[in-house]
Design a protein around this ligand. Structure first.
Ligand code: AMP
Ligand code: TRP
Length: 343
């Protein structure tokens, strides 16, 4: 724990408004931001500009953006403690992204695993899908963030952000802080309930029994957990064995929610009679975690003046950091600013 006068780390992490938030987002990311918001400075953009790298229905995107802000607040992101805002409202992100586009070699982007996965077998791929990590770098660098808490899948993008920052610093002089990725030890990857070799993802939300949406009815949550794929070993313990990934995933979910150690979790199931019992208890903790979140979410989404004013507050706070930083960058690159004489 830092002492009261120690410098707080500055954390930035983005989340896409594409579809309902699912349990993997909550346990792998959001819960950690909430737990740490007293000891660190949090910046949380809802990254709507990232979402449009793949085609979106405009009305749906707009609805999803508001819904995500409401959900994040319901999950415990406190607008008094964290800067929660909408990425596209802060134009400095897009401007910085363009400048970094001009200093980043294409080869660095083509190497990105997510790009290769998303563009695989696609006839036409938008340029945005390729340059997406540069926008992410702009999100991070414009706030001088020290740490970027992400799931395993985003680590490579944060490493690229360091390279982009370093290159800019070499070209134009010390400008950006080099951020590092922080991957939470437990719950880093919540796997699909139907297929524990695949990360739980909104992209497969249409497959029944794959994901738990934060807005699922408790009965539906219980059904999905009861249907989760397990194995025939009938042993309730953590394991890195591929064949036992289903049970490992259920225990991981239980562990992150309860905050217990591996041993404590296994001890909790000493008296369990088989996987049926395991599933019932996991379902119970998941539902009691999610129910109060859903209640607060519905209050907020039905009170748009409150929600809009919280968004405005976040946007204003974000601008206070982003606009002066962009000014510095523009000056270094030599882009003329009225009233500024340059570097
Ligand atoms: P996304 O929904 O892809 O924008 O992800 C938002 C955040 O949640 C990122 O930090 C992801 O790495 C994290 N995340 C998404 N799905 C999972 C999952 N199944 N397990 C752990 N973290 C996840
Ligand atoms: N690319 C991230 C994802 O798909 C979302 C994101 C955008 C992000 N900007 C960011 C994450 C900045 C961390 C920091 O999950």
């Amino acid at each position: 724990m830092p002492t009261s006068n120690a410098k707080k780390s500055r954390i930035l992490t983005g989340i896409q408004p594409s579809g309902d938030m699912q349990l993997g987002n909550y346990l792998g990311a959001v819960k950690h931001w909430v737990m740490n918001q007293d000891i660190q400075t949090n910046f949380i953009p809802v990254v709507d500009l990232h979402s449009i790298t793949v085609k979106q229905d405009p009305e749906e995107l707009s609805r999803n953006t508001l819904s995500l802000v409401a959900m994040l607040i319901a999950c415990g992101v406190d607008p008094e403690k964290s800067t929660l805002f909408i990425q596209s409202h802060i134009s400095a992100h897009a401007v910085l992204s363009w400048i970094l586009n001009c200093t980043t070699p294409v080869g660095w982007l083509e190497r990105m695993i997510q790009y290769k996965e998303k563009s695989h077998n696609q006839e036409r791929v938008s340029t945005g899908l390729l340059t997406y990590p540069i926008l992410m770098a702009a999100d991070i660098l414009i706030y001088d963030a020290d740490e970027v808490p992400v799931g395993e899948d985003q680590k490579q993008h944060v490493e690229l952000t360091r390279d982009i920052a370093e290159r800019f610093n070499n070209l134009y002089g010390e400008t950006f802080v080099l951020p590092k990725a922080v991957v939470p030890k437990v719950g880093a990857r919540v796997m699909g309930l139907d297929n524990p070799s695949l990360k739980m993802s909104k992209s497969y939300a249409h497959i029944r029994g794959h994901a738990i949406s934060m807005l699922d009815d408790p009965k539906e949550i219980d059904r999905s957990i009861k249907r989760a794929v397990t194995d025939s070993f009938n042993e309730i313990c953590f394991s890195s064995d591929k064949e036992r990934a289903g049970v490992n995933n259920l225990l991981g979910i239980y562990q992150v929610i309860t905050g217990k150690t591996f041993t404590e979790v296994e001890n909790d199931f000493n008296d369990a009679r088989g996987y049926g019992d395991l599933k019932s208890r996991v379902s119970e903790v998941v539902i009691s975690e999610i129910e109060p979140i859903q209640k607060r979410y519905h209050e907020l989404i039905n009170n748009s003046p409150e929600l809009e004013s919280l968004i405005q507050k976040g946007d204003d706070l974000a601008k206070q950091y982003a606009d002066p930083k962009l000014d510095v960058v523009l000056g270094k690159v030599g882009l003329h600013r009225n009233g500024h004489s340059g570097v």
